[in-house]
Design a protein around this ligand. Structure first.
Ligand code: PEP
Ligand code: MG
Length: 688
């Protein structure tokens, strides 16, 4: 055995190109060669690039090099020589660290969740629906391993071709990174682990590659050295290539570092549900609008978010520095020193104060004595705590589809039962309304084999349940069983008319009859009123349900035929359009006539100015993002519903959204100047 200690002297430490050269030299010897950090004993195999990079050996790190085997002396000399020659790096590469050539780039979008935040880009690729987990038979294990090896071979051929072209066009100094990619691809740490995962977990090759890749990436993202950590994006590239070659597309799902800013083309709820959002500083996406689910969740969690950035994603690399400024609806990639200084000033002076605990709870009473229930909309269990914190009257909407973290992976009845039981116990005597899975559409959980041409008008919500009855039955059973632990109600999403309601009720009744456990009272059944056909036939629906739940987000989308997640048409997404107000008013009236409650639960119910109009139309039950409750409470406590209904009446007579907004802007500012600053009212139309 031969051993020596040395110190890393290169300015960029033991980075990807240096590591690639080390692997090449080390692989010429039979001996095992290890590098061990003297400060923390972390050890690496000198023949594995992934292992070397994970040493995170920056300049100044002391290493012990050990060679063991028949040619150990020669091996040790060769390695020491390479360190002494500064890894044989070409001059051009030595003097061009990537940071030096990065320019500040600014992009405009739509700030959907307040705040200003700075951090490091973590790119999430939008390929979720193509990476699925499949259980395979023992007899198929070999086939999956062969598929994986074929994908590695194909990726290698692609990378060699790219490298050749880069060498010709850019010169050897710039093509080196593809050497590193090739070594990642063939590194036993990746290939052996993927094959082992396939065998041990009986998993399909895509899934195994994704899990192992994510693991590597998450370790990499925790490296302290900035330059080395940035190389995580190279590993990400290789994994994505492999997945693409296996499935057509793929994406990685790393665990998050402290300062991650998620950048994605579109962030699907399934992705959000999987992330540890405690570590996320902000979100920036190419797509999205005010009521897209990503925006709703970001607001719920108090995460700064800017959406609608068009082609921003392609301009970023994992590890880049980024400022997300939701106040200005802007992101700044690779900010200059001056921008960083401005950011530090802005974030200290104008970040919204964190929503504090609310001492008030239960319903709010308006000036003229009308009692209005304030409930919470909940997507993730991490939000449970906020129900108590903000004094909500239980949960008015539990978006149960967020329990499903991955397409194709439905939770078992028992797993769901545990989740609904926890919800029931947490919600207390005010209870919780569980919405049956609203799968499909924008939520990206579609379990169908083929992508739909027009998902928002496709097999979404209750339509999905009625076509996948076993999925629906398992969910219904889980809710019914959990109802022994606290008052739960069931709401049926996106019903077209009373026929959808009858079919769903039939299934619920059948499951109720098969229940063996004692449930003291049968959960009430409600219908979401969120598409125009349901509004127009609301009287028929009202006779068959225990309550209405008005989904104003979808009601705007479907009444106005405006995709709620498409920033290109966000100018047409007008919550205060008279047609939308008409739908809300009519549904509330019909609920009153039939003596059933109506909960208004879309984003409209989180916005103080809109809430006054809702109260003016007679709404007495609202459900919203928990953090909005204190604001809505204080607004409603100071208004008089008689005056609000006069304003609502005038709005209902308007012809356009502009007219309604004008009335609200002027009327509210005149009547309640202390309650509404200009920023909290609809903006003046801009003249071009
Ligand atoms: C709505 O449509 O307003 C609603 C509450 O449901 P979601 O936003 O989940 O579609
Ligand atoms: Mg909806």
């Amino acid at each position: 055995m031969e051993q020596r200690t040395l110190r890393v002297t290169g300015r960029l430490g033991l980075h990807a190109r240096a590591a690639a050269n080390l692997v090449r030299i080390a692989s010429q010897f039979h001996s095992t060669i290890t590098l061990q950090r003297l400060d923390n004993s972390v050890e690496a195999d000198a023949k594995s690039i992934l292992s070397i990079l994970m040493l995170a050996a920056s300049r100044g790190t002391e290493l012990r090099v050990t060679a063991e085997g028949e040619d150990a002396p020669g091996a040790l000399n060769a390695v020491l020589g390479l360190f002494a020659r500064d890894f044989d790096e070409p001059e051009v590469a030595k003097h061009q660290p990537r940071d030096a050539i990065k320019e500040e780039i600014r992009c405009k979008g739509l700030g959907v969740s307040a705040g200003v935040a700075m951090g490091r880009v973590l790119r999430l690729q939008d390929g979720t629906r193509d990476v699925y987990r499949a259980e395979i038979d023992g007899s198929d294990v070999e086939r999956e391993r062969r598929r994986f090896r074929a994908a590695v071979r194909l990726s290698r051929r692609q990378l060699e071709a790219i490298k050749e072209r880069a060498e010709k066009e850019l010169g050897r100094g710039h093509a080196y990174i593809f050497d590193a990619h090739l070594l990642f691809l063939e590194d036993a740490k990746l290939t052996r682990d993927v094959e082992q995962y396939i065998v041990e977990k009986r998993a399909n090759a895509e899934w195994a590659a994704k899990v192992v890749g994510d693991r590597l990436l998450s370790i990499y993202m925790q490296i302290n050295d900035e330059y080395l950590r940035e190389r995580g994006s190279d590993i990400e590239d290789v994994i994505q290539r492999l997945l693409a070659n296996l499935t057509g597309e793929g994406r990685s799902q790393p665990r998050l570092t402290e300062d991650a800013v998620i950048v994605a083309q579109d962030l699907l709820p399934s992705t959000i549900a999987e992330l540890d959002l405690n570590h996320v500083r902000a979100i920036a996406t190419d797509a999205g609008g005010w009521t897209s689910h990503m925006a709703i969740i970001a607001r719920g969690l108090g995460l700064t978010a800017v959406v609608g950035l068009r082609d921003f994603y392609h301009r970023t690399r994992t590890g880049d520095q980024l400022i997300v400024d939701a106040q200005r609806g802007e992101v700044i990639l690779n900010p200059s020193a001056a921008s960083i200084q401005r950011y530090e000033f802005t974030s200290q002076s104008s970040s919204p104060p964190l929503p504090s605990q609310s001492s008030e709870r239960g319903p709010v009473v308006t000036e003229d004595g009308v009692s209005i229930a304030l409930r919470a909309n909940i997507e993730l269990p991490t939000e449970f705590e906020s129900v108590k914190r903000y004094g909500a009257c239980g949960v008015g909407l539990f978006r149960s589809e967020f329990l499903l973290s991955r397409p194709g992976l439905l939770l078992s009845e028992d797993e769901q039962f545990k989740a609904y039981r926890a919800l029931a116990e947490m919600a207390g005597p005010d209870g919780a309304v569980v919405r049956l899975f609203d799968l499909g559409g924008e939520t990206g959980y579609e379990l169908s084999e083929r992508p739909e041409r027009n998902p928002a008008l496709g097999l979404r919500a209750i339509r999905f349940g009625l076509k996948n009855v076993s999925v629906m039955r398992a969910q219904v059973r889980a809710i019914l069983r959990a109802a022994s632990f606290g008052p739960l109600r069931i709401v049926i999403p996106m019903v077209s008319d009373v026929a959808d309601v009858m079919r769903a009720k039939q299934i619920i009744a059948e499951e109720w009859n098969t229940l063996e456990t004692e449930v003291s009272s049968k959960p009430g059944i409600g219908a979401m009123i969120e598409i125009p056909s349901a509004v127009l036939t609301a009287d028929k629906i009202a006779s068959e349900v225990d309550f209405f739940e008005l989904g104003t987000n979808d009601l705007v989308q479907y009444t106005l035929a405006v995709d709620r997640g498409n920033d290109a048409v966000s100018d047409w997404f007008r919550t205060l359009h008279p047609a939308v107000l008409f739908g809300i008013n009519r549904s509330l009236e019909i609920a009153r006539d039939h003596n059933i409650p109506a909960i208004v639960c879309g984003e409209m119910a989180s916005t103080p100015a809109y809430v006054v109009l809702l109260a003016g139309m007679g709404a007495v039950d609202l459900s919203m993002t928990p953090a909005a409750i204190p604001r809505v409470r204080s607004t409603l406590a100071q208004i008089n519903t008689v005056e609000a209904s006069e304003l609502a009446r005038q709005c209902l007579e308007c012809a356009t959204a502009d007219e309604v907004e004008g009335l609200v802007r002027d009327g509210f500012a005149r009547r309640w100047p202390n309650l509404f600053s200009p920023q909290t009212l609809p903006a003046e139309p801009t003249t071009n």
